[in-house]
Design a protein around this ligand. Structure first.
Ligand SMILES: [Zn+2]
Length: 293
């Protein structure tokens, strides 16, 4: 036998050793995936030890490593197995295996305001020309949908519906209807909220108020938001500081000046004692004017 042949035999023997090592490591992976040939507990132990094992260059601790030395793959060939999340149910709370069928909705938390209010937009028959109907509804929609409106609080939302029993009606009404409903002790046309209905005075809708200085669109937004504010339970407010935005619950139809408002309402209180402090606000149609558009 020549030296060349000896070298060939040695190389062949080494190659056979490597192949056997690979074949020994292969079945252990198959068992990990199928969980058939091994009970599940050793598999879980293997995974935990892999996650907490030190880097490959460090010697393995006594608690880590494979459960059986006969299936341990040669370190030089495969290294530590990667953690692989599988379909197993994680440990935790005991869970009932059986129910009684059917279902029941969990109760709404107490005290939480109803998030959405259904509103119906109406126009009193004969109160205004037909071509004014749709623009009125559109203005209501825009006033309530604006991010500076009541929805900015996050506790209320509105949906316009066409049903017999909405949460609130917003009705554009003729001059005398509004006067008869809202009162006319103060000889000024006003809108109001009574018994689930916002009565919008048509003369105010089409002519606005002096305090808004010709900004008819702004005044219309104010009227809707002010009266819906009453629907939501808000009361009248005074101007908090000279030059500040007028609170939407201030009676801006009468004035944005506290002194003027106190004078106008002196004989007919409006649920608020307006201080005569010289403060005059800037007209403002929004419940939350601080919110950027
Ligand atoms: Zn009011």
């Amino acid at each position: 036998m020549t030296i060349g042949r000896i070298v060939v035999y040695v190389l062949a023997a080494m190659l056979a050793g490597v192949t056997i090592g690979l074949l020994r490591s292969w079945p252990s992976d198959v068992r990990l995936q199928n969980e058939v040939a091994q009970p599940p507990v050793p598999v879980i132990e293997t995974r935990i030890s892999v996650r907490s094992s030190p880097p490959a260059s460090s010697p393995p601790s006594s608690s880590s490593g494979s459960p059986s030395p006969t299936t341990a793959p040669p370190l030089a060939l495969t290294g530590p197995a990667e953690p692989r999340p599988g379909p197993e149910l994680p440990p935790g709370e005991p869970v009932r295996a059986f129910g009684r069928g059917g279902g029941r909705s969990p109760a709404r938390p107490p005290g939480r305001p109803r998030p959405r209010r259904d509103l119906l937009v109406e126009v009193e028959q004969g109160a205004v020309l037909p071509q004014a109907h749709q623009p009125f509804a559109a203005a209501v929609d825009q006033a309530l949908a604006d991010p500076r409106g009541w929805t900015a609080s996050g506790t209320v939302a509105f949906r316009r519906v066409d049903v017999a029993e909405p949460d609130v009606r917003i009705r554009l009404t003729a001059t005398e209807t509004a006067r008869a409903t809202c009162g006319f002790e103060l000889p000024y046309d006003t809108s109001c909220y009574v018994g689930g209905v916002v009565y919008v005075s048509a003369p105010r809708w089409f002519r606005g108020a002096e305090s808004f200085a010709g900004d008819l669109a702004g005044y219309r937004r104010y009227v809707i938001n002010h009266e819906i504010g009453h629907f939501l339970g808000h009361r009248h407010e005074a101007c908090p500081a000279d030059g500040a935005p007028a609170p939407v619950m201030m009676q801006q139809t009468f004035s944005v000046s506290n002194d003027r408002l106190a004078e106008v309402t002196a004989g007919t209180p409006q649920g608020l004692s307006v201080p005569r402090d010289g403060s005059t606000c800037v007209p403002n149609p929004w419940p939350h004017p601080e919110v950027s558009r």
